[in-house]
Design a protein around this ligand. Structure first.
Ligand SMILES: [Cu+2]
Length: 333
């Protein structure tokens, strides 16, 4: 076996921010603790445990709404989902990326104009309880016409995600999630040239393109499988230059285990659920359970080629049984 020496630390630091990222709206002097009306109804939150910083530049404000969206999970297979959106943006699955720095005060304004109640839960961010956005703190959800302001300090660096936690079984399965990335104050030990964020998920789409998640039942029997809302061959192909180092952030937003395997390379697992590991380890196949996040690093140091990165739960690398499809993407250099 050819022995490879891999020095990941030597690579450059140019970081490609995911195209879906939207910048913080920056200086927002509005006081979250005063009432503001949306469609006549208001719900304003304030954290009982944390107060915003005096320095307004440390407050990062994002506004989200929810809208029906037709997603194409495989070529020609379009189904209904519910997507988070920004005020000027289109709803999408995953929703818009929220990216802040460790120590920022995060203000996420959910202005719900969708027919159903929703919330935002920041999975992995360890917010105060009243900002948790789950059934235990927001049992009624934020209904049509209401606004809720989530505020908290981004104490926990790493790859997290936000998702609806109202009637979670169906709402999360309908695609209500997006990346919540907290960049660490202290740079990662392993440097990288590019980064991507991948959401793994699965869908059960009926013969008339209905999405079974709407039935709020036991949704197993998934037949379509997506990376960032699309199944292969619609998934992104990552193009690298020889020698470049890629950071892959992965989150499992679905209800199945996935086992991601990279051809031709070992990757270094550097973070687990956002936590930088004291002892990173090498893998070429990584099981990712529902809710888990992993950051891994790969170097384009084998032969040039079009390398597969796919779920080794092979039925999930198909589109309704047609292989290849689903949780498959290509890394090319
Ligand atoms: Cu919801």
């Amino acid at each position: 076996m050819m022995k490879k020496t891999v020095s990941l630390a030597a690579a450059g630091v140019m970081t490609m921010i995911a195209a879906m990222a939207f910048a913080g709206e920056g200086h927002n002097h509005s006081n979250a603790h005063s009432a503001a009306k949306v469609n006549g109804r208001v719900v304003i939150a304030k954290s009982k445990t944390e107060q915003p910083p005096k320095d307004a530049s440390k407050i990062k404000t994002f506004t989200l709404d929810v809208e029906n969206v037709e997603i194409e999970v495989a070529p020609g297979i379009k189904t209904l989902a519910w997507g988070y959106k920004t005020p000027d943006g289109k709803p999408s699955v995953p929703g818009p990326e929220i990216r802040v720095k460790e120590g920022d005060y995060v203000r996420v304004i959910l202005k719900n104009t969708h027919a159903l109640p929703h919330t935002v839960h920041f999975h992995g961010a360890d917010t105060p309880f009243d900002m948790d956005g789950a059934e235990t703190s927001q049992a009624e959800g934020i209904v049509n016409g209401e606004t809720f302001i989530y505020e908290f300090y981004a104490h926990v660096p790493g790859t997290h995600f936000y998702h609806c936690h109202y009637q979670t079984l169906s709402h999360l399965d309908m695609g209500m999630y997006g990346a919540f990335i907290v960049e660490p104050k202290k740079a990662d030990k392993v440097k990288f040239d590019k980064e991507i964020m991948l959401f793994l998920d699965e869908w059960r789409v009926g013969a008339d393109k209905d999405n079974f998640a709407l039935q709020n039942g036991w949704p197993y029997g998934y037949n379509y499988f997506t990376i960032n809302g699309k199944g292969f061959p619609m998934t992104e192909t990552v193009e690298l230059k020889k020698g470049e180092v890629l950071k892959i952030r992965m989150a499992n937003a679905g209800y199945m285990y996935h086992t991601m395997h990279l051809h031709g390379h070992k990757f270094l697992v550097t973070h687990s659920d956002g936590v930088e590991l004291n002892a990173p380890y090498w893998k070429d196949t990584l099981s990712i359970g529902p809710g888990e996040r992993y950051d891994v690093i790969m170097k384009a140091d084998n032969d040039s080629g079009v390398w597969m990165f796919h779920d080794h739960v092979v039925p999930a690398a198909s589109n309704n049984g047609q292989y290849p499809g689903g949780l498959t993407m290509l890394i090319k250099y």
